[in-house]
Ligand binder design. Structure first.
Ligand code: HEM
Ligand code: ZN
Length: 179
């Protein structure tokens, strides 16, 4: 995973738990002297270990921590890549463009990024169906990112997750209900 994602986690942890907590997590789960640089790749396991450490500190399940992280990550990524997120006038437009525009731009900016495959179809005015597939199985993070995006456009969103890679499915299905 790219350093930019670790920086997003760092920002959230420092905000929620303070600098000392982040230093403790680094000491426990990262190699000595680790500094995360946005365009550089670091092992996925390191991110999972840090997230697990945050979950332990908060006494919350990892899935919940990944969802909270995803939600704050959307704002962080949108701020870091202002041009990309500002292209879209609505939540629907943004979500329909994750693979074809947003992550495509990411591929131009970062050398060989590790991105999921995300397919979205519009079911009706209030419903989008999103299929998520990635060997990292970060669907809970994806849910958080979607909530972050909804917040950005002041939309009320609820998500159903009837099919999940964590239960052996080939891809996750997320049904997005908008008000
Ligand atoms: C990675 C989903 C918007 C840039 C990821 C990952 C997920 C995801 C789940 C983790 C990797 C994986 O699952 O395999 C989404 C969703 C979005 C969204 C659902 C919108 C609701 C954005 C935006 C940006 C962005 C707005 C920046 C402009 C990235 C980058 C990575 C990433 C840089 C890391 C790539 C790497 O580590 O090599 N995205 N994303 N995403 N995304 Fe997105
Ligand atoms: Zn899932």
């Amino acid at each position: 995973m790219r350093g930019v994602i670790f920086r997003g986690l760092e920002e959230l942890v420092i905000e929620a738990l303070g600098m000392q907590a982040w230093d403790e997590l680094l000491e426990a789960y990262a190699p000595t002297g680790r500094v995360y640089v946005s365009p550089t790749s670091y092992p996925d396991e390191e991110l999972f270990a840090l997230a697990q450490g945050v979950a332990a500190k908060l006494g919350k399940p990892l899935t919940e921590v990944l969802a909270i992280f995803g939600q704050s990550l959307f704002g962080f990524l949108a701020e870091k890549h202002k041009g990309i997120a500002a292209k879209f006038e609505s939540f629907e437009e943004l979500v329909l463009s994750i693979d074809s525009v947003i992550h495509m731009e990411v591929k131009k900016l970062y050398d060989e990024p590790n991105l999921p495959s995300i397919n979205v179809v519009k079911e009706d005015d209030k419903t989008l169906i999103l299929e998520y597939c990635s060997k990292r199985k970060l669907c809970f993070c994806a849910e958080g990112l979607l909530h972050g995006a909804a917040q950005h456009y002041s939309r009320k969103l609820s998500i159903e997750h009837p099919q999940c890679m964590h239960n052996g499915a080939e891809h996750c299905t997320l049904i997005l209900h908008l008000d």
